[in-house]
Design a protein around this ligand. Structure first.
Ligand code: UFG
Length: 341
Protein backbone atom coordinates (compact mmCIF):
# COMPACT_ATOMS: atom_id res chain seq x y z
CA UNK A 1 0.00 0.00 0.00
CA UNK A 2 1.86 3.05 -1.28
CA UNK A 3 1.37 6.44 0.39
CA UNK A 4 2.80 9.74 -0.83
CA UNK A 5 3.92 11.96 2.03
CA UNK A 6 4.59 15.50 0.82
CA UNK A 7 6.87 17.41 3.17
CA UNK A 8 8.01 14.03 4.47
CA UNK A 9 11.43 15.27 5.58
CA UNK A 10 9.85 18.02 7.70
CA UNK A 11 8.99 17.92 11.39
CA UNK A 12 5.53 16.32 11.43
CA UNK A 13 6.09 14.63 8.07
CA UNK A 14 9.15 12.67 9.17
CA UNK A 15 7.45 11.39 12.31
CA UNK A 16 4.46 10.33 10.22
CA UNK A 17 6.66 8.48 7.72
CA UNK A 18 8.10 6.45 10.61
CA UNK A 19 4.64 5.52 11.94
CA UNK A 20 3.40 4.61 8.44
CA UNK A 21 6.39 2.36 7.75
CA UNK A 22 6.02 0.71 11.13
CA UNK A 23 2.41 -0.11 10.20
CA UNK A 24 3.53 -1.72 6.93
CA UNK A 25 2.84 1.10 4.46
CA UNK A 26 5.26 1.79 1.63
CA UNK A 27 6.16 5.48 1.73
CA UNK A 28 7.22 7.81 -1.03
CA UNK A 29 8.40 11.26 0.08
CA UNK A 30 8.36 14.42 -1.99
CA UNK A 31 10.01 17.46 -0.43
CA UNK A 32 11.83 20.46 -1.91
CA UNK A 33 14.03 20.70 1.23
CA UNK A 34 13.14 24.38 1.60
CA UNK A 35 12.90 23.91 5.37
CA UNK A 36 14.38 20.47 6.02
CA UNK A 37 17.42 18.34 5.30
CA UNK A 38 17.96 15.30 3.08
CA UNK A 39 19.72 13.56 6.00
CA UNK A 40 16.30 13.05 7.61
CA UNK A 41 15.79 10.18 5.15
CA UNK A 42 18.85 8.42 6.64
CA UNK A 43 17.51 9.00 10.15
CA UNK A 44 14.16 7.48 9.18
CA UNK A 45 16.00 4.43 7.88
CA UNK A 46 17.92 4.17 11.17
CA UNK A 47 14.64 4.05 13.08
CA UNK A 48 12.59 1.74 10.86
CA UNK A 49 15.22 -0.15 8.88
CA UNK A 50 13.53 0.95 5.65
CA UNK A 51 14.70 3.79 3.42
CA UNK A 52 11.65 5.59 2.03
CA UNK A 53 11.80 6.51 -1.63
CA UNK A 54 12.59 10.24 -1.76
CA UNK A 55 12.31 12.76 -4.58
CA UNK A 56 13.33 16.37 -4.25
CA UNK A 57 11.19 18.80 -6.21
CA UNK A 58 8.71 21.60 -5.70
CA UNK A 59 5.04 20.62 -5.82
CA UNK A 60 4.24 24.15 -6.94
CA UNK A 61 5.76 23.02 -10.26
CA UNK A 62 2.81 21.48 -12.10
CA UNK A 63 4.88 19.69 -14.77
CA UNK A 64 7.07 17.96 -12.21
CA UNK A 65 4.06 17.09 -10.07
CA UNK A 66 2.11 15.50 -12.91
CA UNK A 67 5.19 13.68 -14.18
CA UNK A 68 5.73 12.29 -10.66
CA UNK A 69 2.13 11.06 -10.39
CA UNK A 70 2.33 9.42 -13.82
CA UNK A 71 5.27 7.36 -12.58
CA UNK A 72 3.67 6.62 -9.20
CA UNK A 73 0.15 5.89 -10.49
CA UNK A 74 -0.22 3.14 -7.86
CA UNK A 75 -0.30 5.58 -4.93
CA UNK A 76 -3.27 4.76 -2.70
CA UNK A 77 -3.28 7.94 -0.66
CA UNK A 78 -1.60 11.28 -0.18
CA UNK A 79 -0.74 12.93 3.12
CA UNK A 80 -0.05 16.54 2.26
CA UNK A 81 2.19 18.34 4.74
CA UNK A 82 4.35 20.37 2.36
CA UNK A 83 3.66 24.04 3.07
CA UNK A 84 5.18 27.18 4.51
CA UNK A 85 4.13 27.72 8.13
CA UNK A 86 5.76 30.78 9.66
CA UNK A 87 3.01 33.18 10.70
CA UNK A 88 5.23 36.31 10.85
CA UNK A 89 6.90 35.63 7.51
CA UNK A 90 3.49 35.17 5.90
CA UNK A 91 2.55 38.73 6.91
CA UNK A 92 5.69 40.06 5.24
CA UNK A 93 5.49 37.85 2.15
CA UNK A 94 1.81 37.03 1.62
CA UNK A 95 2.13 36.17 -2.08
CA UNK A 96 4.90 33.70 -1.35
CA UNK A 97 2.54 31.94 1.08
CA UNK A 98 -0.53 32.00 -1.15
CA UNK A 99 1.44 30.80 -4.16
CA UNK A 100 3.34 28.06 -2.39
CA UNK A 101 0.59 26.68 -0.18
CA UNK A 102 -2.32 26.95 -2.60
CA UNK A 103 -0.66 26.19 -5.95
CA UNK A 104 0.98 23.03 -4.60
CA UNK A 105 -2.38 21.83 -3.24
CA UNK A 106 -4.09 22.50 -6.58
CA UNK A 107 -1.33 20.71 -8.50
CA UNK A 108 -1.68 17.69 -6.25
CA UNK A 109 -5.46 17.66 -6.70
CA UNK A 110 -5.13 17.92 -10.50
CA UNK A 111 -2.76 14.97 -10.53
CA UNK A 112 -4.87 12.94 -8.13
CA UNK A 113 -7.89 13.39 -10.38
CA UNK A 114 -5.89 12.57 -13.53
CA UNK A 115 -4.52 9.38 -11.98
CA UNK A 116 -7.62 8.37 -10.05
CA UNK A 117 -5.96 8.70 -6.62
CA UNK A 118 -8.85 9.33 -4.25
CA UNK A 119 -7.59 9.65 -0.70
CA UNK A 120 -6.09 12.84 0.72
CA UNK A 121 -5.17 13.70 4.31
CA UNK A 122 -4.65 17.43 4.65
CA UNK A 123 -2.66 19.30 7.31
CA UNK A 124 -4.92 21.98 8.68
CA UNK A 125 -4.59 24.02 11.85
CA UNK A 126 -6.48 25.18 14.92
CA UNK A 127 -5.62 28.64 13.63
CA UNK A 128 -8.87 28.43 11.63
CA UNK A 129 -10.81 28.91 14.90
CA UNK A 130 -9.04 32.19 15.86
CA UNK A 131 -9.95 33.00 19.46
CA UNK A 132 -12.91 30.65 19.94
CA UNK A 133 -16.00 31.90 21.78
CA UNK A 134 -16.28 28.60 23.62
CA UNK A 135 -13.59 26.33 25.06
CA UNK A 136 -12.74 23.59 24.51
CA UNK A 137 -13.20 24.22 20.80
CA UNK A 138 -14.97 21.57 18.73
CA UNK A 139 -14.89 20.97 14.98
CA UNK A 140 -18.27 22.68 14.67
CA UNK A 141 -17.02 26.02 15.99
CA UNK A 142 -17.25 28.85 13.48
CA UNK A 143 -14.26 29.63 11.29
CA UNK A 144 -13.02 33.10 12.24
CA UNK A 145 -11.34 35.57 9.91
CA UNK A 146 -7.72 34.49 9.62
CA UNK A 147 -5.16 36.49 11.60
CA UNK A 148 -2.42 35.95 9.01
CA UNK A 149 -1.94 35.01 5.36
CA UNK A 150 -0.59 31.67 6.62
CA UNK A 151 -3.83 31.01 8.52
CA UNK A 152 -5.80 32.13 5.49
CA UNK A 153 -4.02 29.58 3.29
CA UNK A 154 -5.32 26.85 5.64
CA UNK A 155 -8.88 28.21 5.47
CA UNK A 156 -8.79 28.62 1.69
CA UNK A 157 -7.25 25.16 1.30
CA UNK A 158 -10.14 23.61 3.22
CA UNK A 159 -12.54 25.45 0.89
CA UNK A 160 -10.66 24.34 -2.24
CA UNK A 161 -10.85 20.79 -0.96
CA UNK A 162 -14.58 20.93 -0.25
CA UNK A 163 -15.30 22.32 -3.72
CA UNK A 164 -13.04 19.77 -5.43
CA UNK A 165 -14.64 16.90 -3.57
CA UNK A 166 -18.07 17.91 -4.85
CA UNK A 167 -16.92 17.60 -8.44
CA UNK A 168 -14.61 14.57 -8.25
CA UNK A 169 -14.11 11.22 -6.54
CA UNK A 170 -11.56 12.64 -4.11
CA UNK A 171 -12.26 12.30 -0.40
CA UNK A 172 -10.40 14.24 2.25
CA UNK A 173 -9.73 14.18 5.95
CA UNK A 174 -8.56 17.57 7.19
CA UNK A 175 -6.68 17.31 10.46
CA UNK A 176 -6.65 20.50 12.51
CA UNK A 177 -3.47 20.43 14.56
CA UNK A 178 -3.13 22.17 17.87
CA UNK A 179 0.50 22.73 19.01
CA UNK A 180 2.77 19.82 18.11
CA UNK A 181 5.95 19.60 20.19
CA UNK A 182 8.47 16.93 21.24
CA UNK A 183 10.46 14.47 19.21
CA UNK A 184 10.83 10.79 18.44
CA UNK A 185 11.98 8.68 21.41
CA UNK A 186 15.15 7.68 19.54
CA UNK A 187 16.11 11.38 19.26
CA UNK A 188 17.02 10.66 15.63
CA UNK A 189 14.34 12.97 14.27
CA UNK A 190 12.79 16.09 15.78
CA UNK A 191 11.99 19.72 15.16
CA UNK A 192 14.75 21.56 13.36
CA UNK A 193 13.76 25.16 12.67
CA UNK A 194 16.12 27.10 10.41
CA UNK A 195 17.39 30.31 12.03
CA UNK A 196 15.75 31.82 15.09
CA UNK A 197 12.82 29.65 16.20
CA UNK A 198 9.34 31.17 16.15
CA UNK A 199 7.81 28.53 18.32
CA UNK A 200 8.00 28.16 22.06
CA UNK A 201 9.55 24.75 22.61
CA UNK A 202 12.47 24.97 20.14
CA UNK A 203 13.21 28.40 21.59
CA UNK A 204 13.26 26.91 25.10
CA UNK A 205 15.58 24.04 24.17
CA UNK A 206 17.91 26.27 22.12
CA UNK A 207 18.13 28.70 25.04
CA UNK A 208 18.88 25.89 27.46
CA UNK A 209 21.64 24.53 25.24
CA UNK A 210 23.21 27.97 24.93
CA UNK A 211 22.33 28.87 21.35
CA UNK A 212 19.98 31.66 22.48
CA UNK A 213 20.58 33.96 25.41
CA UNK A 214 17.11 34.28 26.81
CA UNK A 215 13.55 33.23 26.11
CA UNK A 216 11.03 36.06 25.85
CA UNK A 217 7.64 35.15 27.30
CA UNK A 218 5.11 37.09 25.26
CA UNK A 219 2.75 38.65 27.78
CA UNK A 220 1.72 37.85 31.35
CA UNK A 221 -1.44 39.92 31.48
CA UNK A 222 -3.79 37.54 29.67
CA UNK A 223 -7.02 36.48 31.32
CA UNK A 224 -5.58 33.09 32.39
CA UNK A 225 -4.64 31.71 35.83
CA UNK A 226 -0.96 32.75 35.59
CA UNK A 227 -1.43 35.51 33.00
CA UNK A 228 0.42 33.72 30.17
CA UNK A 229 -1.29 32.37 27.06
CA UNK A 230 -2.68 28.85 26.94
CA UNK A 231 -2.31 26.27 24.17
CA UNK A 232 -3.03 22.58 23.67
CA UNK A 233 0.42 21.01 23.24
CA UNK A 234 0.41 17.57 21.63
CA UNK A 235 3.29 15.15 21.23
CA UNK A 236 4.33 14.94 17.57
CA UNK A 237 4.30 11.12 17.68
CA UNK A 238 0.68 11.12 18.90
CA UNK A 239 -0.10 13.50 16.05
CA UNK A 240 1.75 11.30 13.54
CA UNK A 241 -0.22 8.24 14.64
CA UNK A 242 -3.49 10.04 13.90
CA UNK A 243 -2.41 10.30 10.26
CA UNK A 244 -2.02 6.55 10.02
CA UNK A 245 -5.49 6.14 11.48
CA UNK A 246 -6.90 8.72 9.04
CA UNK A 247 -5.34 7.23 5.93
CA UNK A 248 -6.45 3.74 6.97
CA UNK A 249 -9.99 4.99 7.50
CA UNK A 250 -10.05 6.33 3.95
CA UNK A 251 -8.53 3.27 2.34
CA UNK A 252 -10.89 0.97 4.22
CA UNK A 253 -13.83 3.10 3.04
CA UNK A 254 -14.97 4.00 6.53
CA UNK A 255 -15.51 7.71 6.03
CA UNK A 256 -19.02 8.96 6.79
CA UNK A 257 -18.71 12.06 4.58
CA UNK A 258 -16.33 12.75 1.70
CA UNK A 259 -14.89 15.69 3.67
CA UNK A 260 -14.21 15.07 7.33
CA UNK A 261 -12.52 17.32 9.85
CA UNK A 262 -10.87 16.27 13.09
CA UNK A 263 -9.19 18.21 15.87
CA UNK A 264 -5.84 16.81 16.88
CA UNK A 265 -5.16 17.94 20.42
CA UNK A 266 -5.02 16.43 23.88
CA UNK A 267 -7.90 18.45 25.27
CA UNK A 268 -5.61 19.96 27.93
CA UNK A 269 -4.53 23.57 27.98
CA UNK A 270 -1.13 24.59 29.36
CA UNK A 271 0.23 28.08 29.84
CA UNK A 272 3.64 29.26 28.64
CA UNK A 273 4.84 29.17 32.26
CA UNK A 274 3.52 25.60 32.65
CA UNK A 275 5.67 24.55 29.68
CA UNK A 276 8.72 26.32 31.12
CA UNK A 277 8.19 24.65 34.52
CA UNK A 278 7.83 21.26 32.88
CA UNK A 279 11.03 21.83 30.92
CA UNK A 280 12.92 22.90 34.07
CA UNK A 281 11.67 19.80 35.89
CA UNK A 282 12.65 17.27 33.22
CA UNK A 283 15.96 18.91 32.34
CA UNK A 284 16.98 19.71 35.91
CA UNK A 285 18.09 23.16 34.87
CA UNK A 286 16.75 26.68 35.27
CA UNK A 287 15.72 28.48 32.12
CA UNK A 288 16.73 32.08 31.50
CA UNK A 289 13.54 33.90 30.55
CA UNK A 290 11.89 37.28 30.90
CA UNK A 291 8.38 38.56 30.46
CA UNK A 292 7.96 40.95 27.54
CA UNK A 293 5.00 42.47 25.68
CA UNK A 294 2.39 40.32 23.98
CA UNK A 295 3.18 39.10 20.47
CA UNK A 296 0.90 40.57 17.79
CA UNK A 297 -1.66 38.10 16.51
CA UNK A 298 -1.50 35.66 19.44
CA UNK A 299 -4.77 34.32 20.78
CA UNK A 300 -5.24 34.23 24.54
CA UNK A 301 -6.24 30.64 24.99
CA UNK A 302 -7.21 27.68 22.91
CA UNK A 303 -7.52 23.99 23.57
CA UNK A 304 -9.28 21.20 21.75
CA UNK A 305 -12.46 19.33 22.30
CA UNK A 306 -11.06 16.02 21.13
CA UNK A 307 -14.21 13.98 21.81
CA UNK A 308 -15.07 13.59 18.13
CA UNK A 309 -11.56 12.44 17.14
CA UNK A 310 -11.37 10.08 20.10
CA UNK A 311 -14.74 8.49 19.38
CA UNK A 312 -14.81 8.53 15.61
CA UNK A 313 -11.16 7.78 14.87
CA UNK A 314 -10.58 5.60 17.93
CA UNK A 315 -7.45 7.67 18.45
CA UNK A 316 -6.31 9.43 21.60
CA UNK A 317 -3.19 11.40 22.41
CA UNK A 318 -1.42 9.55 25.22
CA UNK A 319 1.71 11.50 26.07
CA UNK A 320 1.83 13.98 28.94
CA UNK A 321 3.47 17.40 28.94
CA UNK A 322 6.61 16.24 30.79
CA UNK A 323 7.15 13.49 28.24
CA UNK A 324 6.81 16.04 25.46
CA UNK A 325 9.33 18.50 26.90
CA UNK A 326 11.72 15.68 27.89
CA UNK A 327 11.74 14.28 24.37
CA UNK A 328 12.29 17.76 22.87
CA UNK A 329 15.26 18.25 25.22
CA UNK A 330 16.71 14.82 24.45
CA UNK A 331 16.48 15.60 20.74
CA UNK A 332 18.09 19.04 21.07
CA UNK A 333 21.03 17.57 23.00
CA UNK A 334 21.46 14.64 20.61
CA UNK A 335 21.28 16.86 17.52
CA UNK A 336 23.77 19.44 18.81
CA UNK A 337 26.16 16.68 19.87
CA UNK A 338 25.92 15.19 16.37
CA UNK A 339 26.53 18.45 14.49
CA UNK A 340 29.44 19.47 16.75
CA UNK A 341 31.36 16.27 15.98
N1 UFG B 1 5.77 32.06 22.98
C1 UFG B 1 6.58 32.78 23.84
N2 UFG B 1 7.87 32.99 23.47
C2 UFG B 1 8.40 32.51 22.31
C3 UFG B 1 7.56 31.77 21.44
C4 UFG B 1 6.26 31.56 21.80
O1 UFG B 1 6.15 33.23 24.89
O2 UFG B 1 9.57 32.77 22.04
C5 UFG B 1 4.38 31.81 23.37
C6 UFG B 1 3.39 32.37 22.37
O3 UFG B 1 3.12 33.73 22.61
C7 UFG B 1 2.20 31.45 22.57
C8 UFG B 1 2.84 30.12 22.96
O4 UFG B 1 4.16 30.44 23.39
O5 UFG B 1 1.45 31.90 23.64
C9 UFG B 1 2.93 29.14 21.80
O6 UFG B 1 3.55 29.80 20.71
P1 UFG B 1 4.05 29.04 19.42
O7 UFG B 1 4.68 30.07 18.52
O8 UFG B 1 4.87 27.86 19.81
O9 UFG B 1 2.72 28.47 18.80
P2 UFG B 1 1.45 29.26 18.28
O10 UFG B 1 0.32 28.80 19.12
O11 UFG B 1 1.64 30.70 18.11
O12 UFG B 1 1.46 28.72 16.80
C10 UFG B 1 0.88 27.54 16.43
C11 UFG B 1 1.62 26.93 15.22
C12 UFG B 1 1.42 27.79 14.02
C13 UFG B 1 -0.04 28.10 13.85
C14 UFG B 1 -0.57 28.76 15.08
C15 UFG B 1 -2.01 29.13 15.00
O13 UFG B 1 2.99 26.80 15.49
O14 UFG B 1 1.90 27.11 12.88
O15 UFG B 1 -0.43 27.85 16.14
O16 UFG B 1 -2.35 29.97 16.05
F1 UFG B 1 -0.27 28.96 12.84
Amino acid sequence: MKILVTGGTGYIGSHTVVELQQQGFEVVIVDNLSNSQAGVVDSIKKITGIRPHFEQFDLANSDKTSEFFRRHYDIKGVIHFAAFKAVGESVEKPLLYYRNNLVSLMNILDSMIANNVQNLVFSSSCTVYGQPDELPVSENAPIKKAESPYGNTKQISEEILQDTIRSSKIQTIALRYFNPIGAHETALIGELPLGIPNNLVPFITQTAIGLRQQLSVFGDNYNTPDGTAIRDYIHVVDLAKAHVVAVTRMIEDKMKEPFEVFNLGTGNGYSVLDVIKSFEKVSGQKLNYKIVDRRAGDVEKVWADSTFSNEELGWKASKELDEMTASAWKWEKAYRAKVSQ
